[in-house]
Design a protein around this ligand. Structure first.
Ligand SMILES: Cc1cc2nc3c(=O)[nH]c(=O)nc-3n(C[C@H](O)[C@H](O)[C@H](O)COP(=O)(O)OP(=O)(O)OC[C@H]3O[C@@H](n4cnc5c(N)ncnc54)[C@H](O)[C@@H]3O)c2cc1C
Length: 391
């Protein structure tokens, strides 16, 4: 019997499986998709995420298949473009590649992969006792386990079955994107163009291809009436002031989409089960902190499970520590994300912060380092930092 069953083989699930397998824990990963697979993502890897990959001993293979990014070119609402340099190495890496490397490493370390759709959880009293899956042959069965990890991403089945998930109120937003050829040179820079509640992110995957991702309100998406490529093209031209036009480019491979984006959970643990990565709550993708949070959460979840397996009497304390650290990380990163939203979306703040970032590059460096996991994210929320940025 597996000691741990993990639902989902994204960065959170595979990293957690890898940590556990290396510690000698019997772990099974349930994944419904065949890898390599596309995932809706800007495909930017911050320095903190790369450090986590190095800790997992996967960094070197990921680097081989990734491209170094020098910085971000930000075009906020109602202000001129701003180039901010990354202090520490950041990468553009296709998720099909990153996720496949992580899953391969987890399997090499002894994790078992089960290609199946998780449909429900099994319970004994109030505690999860396994995952009910439907496998590739249509057979429904229960995979018993002492611990269940929900690493099944946005809209997590595990979070729903534990009764932990709730939808967020407010504007519903969707992301649509794909890989394109012919967008012109991005010169190793991620480009973010923002305006009227929408944004487009361009990430250079190599000299020819770029990841293009637009995030828009549901109302605007509906107004496209199904003509998604045309809608994306018009939005891209509008937000980039015709600097980047999809009309001159062509999409390679499938268009990908996801939404509504936001949802929340009430806690990341529940009787023998833990949530990691997006399953434990969704951050606005604008700041590119998702993979970092998924990898750090995976490590913390594996530590908590390892501790609980070795000392069952201390399970409750280990789970509580994991839940509290996840909640703290998520809350602070979400606040920094909201600060950035205001700085790029409110024209007055965008103009003021642009001027400050230009004259005091150390302020931009602090913000990028906080988002990228190099320094504590709290540093970007400190009153002194805010005052130097805005007053
Ligand atoms: C538009 C957009 C752009 C983003 N850009 C960036 C970026 O540039 N950089 C960054 O760091 N983050 C970015 N993110 C966030 C990042 O994509 C996520 O935080 C990250 O993928 C979370 O990893 P995960 O392992 O938790 O979930 P996922 O990567 O979503 O993996 C979940 C896995 O679970 C599987 N699964 C789901 N349900 C089941 C089931 N019932 N049974 C079996 N398997 C199941 C899925 O097939 C999937 O493989 C972006 C997100 C969005 C939406």
């Amino acid at each position: 019997m597996a000691e741990v069953v993990i639902v989902g083989a994204g960065p959170a699930g595979s990293a957690c499986a890898l940590w556990l397998a290396r510690a000698g824990v019997a772990v099974t990963v349930v994944e419904r998709q065949r890898f390599p697979r596309r995932k809706v993502c800007g495909e930017y890897l911050c320095a903190g995420a790369i450090a986590e990959l190095d800790a997992l001993d996967v960094g070197h293979v990921v680097r081989r298949d990734a491209r170094v990014l020098r910085g971000v070119r930000l075009v906020p609402s109602g202000a001129g473009p701003l180039e901010l340099a990354f202090a520490a190495r950041s990468l553009a890496c296709e998720r099909a590649v990153l996720d496949a490397h992580l899953l391969t490493a987890a399997r090499d370390a002894g994790a078992v992969l089960l290609r199946a759709q998780a449909e429900d959880l099994a319970f004994e009293s109030d505690r999860t006792s396994g995952v009910i899956v439907r496998d590739e042959h249509g057979e429904r069965r229960t995979i018993p386990a002492r611990f269940v990890v929900g690493a099944d991403g946005s809209g997590s089945l595990v979070a729903r079955k534990l009764g932990l998930m709730h939808a967020e109120r407010g504007v519903r937003r969707f992301a649509v994107g794909g890989h394109y050829r012919g967008l012109g040179t991005l010169d190793h820079h991620v480009e973010m163009h923002v305006g009227s509640g929408a944004y487009v992110a361009l990430n250079p995957l190599d000299d020819e291809r770029a990841n293009v991702m637009v995030v828009i309100r549901e109302r605007e998406l509906r107004s496209w009436s199904g003509a998604i490529d045309a809608g994306m093209s018009t939005l891209c031209s509008r937000l980039t002031r015709n600097e980047r036009t999809l009309a001159d480019a062509h999409r390679i491979g499938p268009r990908v989409s996801i939404g509504p984006l936001a949802f929340s959970v009430n806690g990341a643990t529940h009787g023998g089960a833990l949530l990691v990565g997006d399953a434990a709550g969704f951050l606005d993708p604008f700041t590119g902190q998702g993979v970092l949070l998924a990898l750090r959460g995976a490590r913390a979840a594996a530590e908590a499970i390892g501790h609980a397996l070795a000392r069952p009497a201390e399970e409750r304390a280990a789970m509580a520590r994991y839940g509290a650290s996840r909640e703290r990380d998520f809350r602070v990163r979400r606040r920094v994300g909201r600060l950035v939203d205001l700085l790029v979306d409110v024209p007055f703040l965008a103009r003021r912060s642009s001027v400050r970032f230009r004259h005091r590059p150390e302020l931009a460096a602090t913000l990028l380092d906080a988002l990228g996991g190099i320094i504590a994210p709290e540093r970007a929320l400190a009153p002194g930092f805010m005052a130097r940025l805005l007053l």
